[in-house]
Design a protein around this ligand. Sequence first.
Ligand SMILES: *Cc1c(COP(=O)(O)O)cnc(C)c1O
Length: 490
Amino acid sequence: MQFIETRGNDGHRPASVSFSQAMLEPMASFGGLYVPERLPALGLPFLEAHRNSDYKTLARAVLDAYAIDIEPAVIDEALARYDDFDDPAQPVPVVRVDDELFVAELYHGPTRAFKDMALQPFGVVLSRLAQARDEHYLILAATSGDTGPATLETFKDQANVKVACLYPDGGTSDVQRLQMVTEDAANLKVIGIHGDFDDAQTALKSLLSSTRFQQALGERDTRLSAANSVNFGRIVFQQIYHIHSYLELVRQGRIAIGDKVYLNVPSGNFGNALGGYYAMKMGLPVEKILISSNANNVLTDWIKTGCYDLRGRDVITTSSPAMDILKSSNVERVLFDLFGAQRTRELMQALDEDGFYQLSEEETAHLQAIFAADHANDEDVASAIRETFEKRGYLIDPHTATCLKAHRNARDQALPDIVYSTAEWTKFSPTIAQALTGKTGAHDIDALKAISEKTGLPIPPMIAALFERPIAQPTVIDKADIESEILAFL
Ligand SMILES: *Cc1c(COP(=O)(O)O)cnc(C)c1O
């Protein structure tokens, strides 16, 4: 399988690249992204064949269908990372919470958020590629709290790859910060900055466009890659659990193969939702994909009106910070799939230059045949957490909680809805403690205890242990000092 570019080809880059090239150098012509030249057609026979497959067998079959240029031994090693999840036999449990409400728990990996689903195997593949080519890579990450820990964890002690991770000091939960600053490995550098997540991201972007920085990397024989979901190497692993969750409902006797379901995805950069979209295009029987947002409801408006509109919007800080995003990078891959490269380039250019684009009526209808959406504000989220616990005895995190409004309002048929749970309650304990007890302002450790007391759920040992581990990464600096700090690390 070859990979092509969402905004067409500029005549300087190759007309198509292999999977490994797209993974190592994820930026395509005109600022576009790489996408598969066609999607594998899996269909119902594939689902039948994998009715009883375990997660890794299913994953291997999906990757085989893509015919990617990665050695089978490397794929096996990458998928073996799922053996370190809570239950190796069931890395993604699917839990029935209500008649038509099923929750696929994507957070049973080492850093307790769904980023592990893709980043765990991704880290193995990227480092083995770098080693095989005898090349050295720097991964730069700016994080609001989930991508950072997952990126550090996957590349820890991997040869030929270094990671520099920027986080806003004071802008993450204590658990998220501790997951980063207690990571002790020579190839990892964690940098807290004085500022918010936007400042971290802006600093990273200016670094990427700095010729002095590029030159310094060149002198150190180091190349840059990216581990965020602009990298198709992440997306490829984010299709598997959608198929798995559907088959889980089959195995649980809730549906028969061929029956339609909704997928309900708490969305920020749209990588998770894109994985569901690709699974649907490959033949998974999906009625619609429900997109759930928080108060940063640019995606919801886009799906309801066909207008993607950044004008007059600033990012709003919410209780679901991993979704505090306005420019959602993977929307572009949907535009490409629906409307082609020329139109995608036109639309993305309009967004850059004018701050918005408006799809035609026909295009909007096309979009709405696939997606429906709703958004939840912080009060909706708190009451969803409280009600789900009080009525169903089930604890959800604030991101997952945004999905309950779309579950009620955005379905037009009474079909099962698979809600993707993207984080464990332990990562956002102050918000959850407040929803359950009404008490505000607790530090994580007190919030964790309060939730544990209220719900009877134990604090997982790996989370409790974080508070005892020595701080290995104490650096907190001003934005102006980031470049020299990273160069000193290299
Ligand atoms: C990253 C993240 C999301 C958003 O996922 P996208 O694929 O970027 O849309 C939602 N919830 C949590 C907890 C996350 O870490």
